[in-house]
Design a protein around this ligand. Structure first.
Ligand SMILES: [Zn+2]
Length: 85
């Protein structure tokens, strides 16, 4: 799904303009939802205007408690590792 705005990842500089919900196919992100950069795996939080911000330490701990998030990050790491350079 195309997002309403383009967000530049503060970690790798990738311009993220699309996203997929990990629990619902056509999920529209809401304020406070987490986002994982497809290129580097950096975790961010959606703001009300669709832009992204860094998570607080407590938010990051809560996000990383999710088994689904940990599995997705592991899958992304495998994809990055196996991608031809
Ligand atoms: Zn990134």
């Amino acid at each position: 799904m195309k997002l309403g705005s383009v967000n530049t990842c503060p970690e790798c500089g990738n311009k993220n303009d699309s996203g997929l919900g990990i629990e619902h196919e056509a999920l529209i992100p809401r304020e406070g939802d987490a986002s994982i950069c497809i290129v580097c795996g950096h975790v961010m939080i959606f703001k009300a205007d669709g832009a992204l911000r860094e998570p607080s330490e407590d938010e990051l701990i809560e996000i990383m408690r999710s088994k689904t998030v940990r599995e997705m990050m592991a899958a992304l790491a495998v994809i990055r590792r196996d991608r031809p350079s």
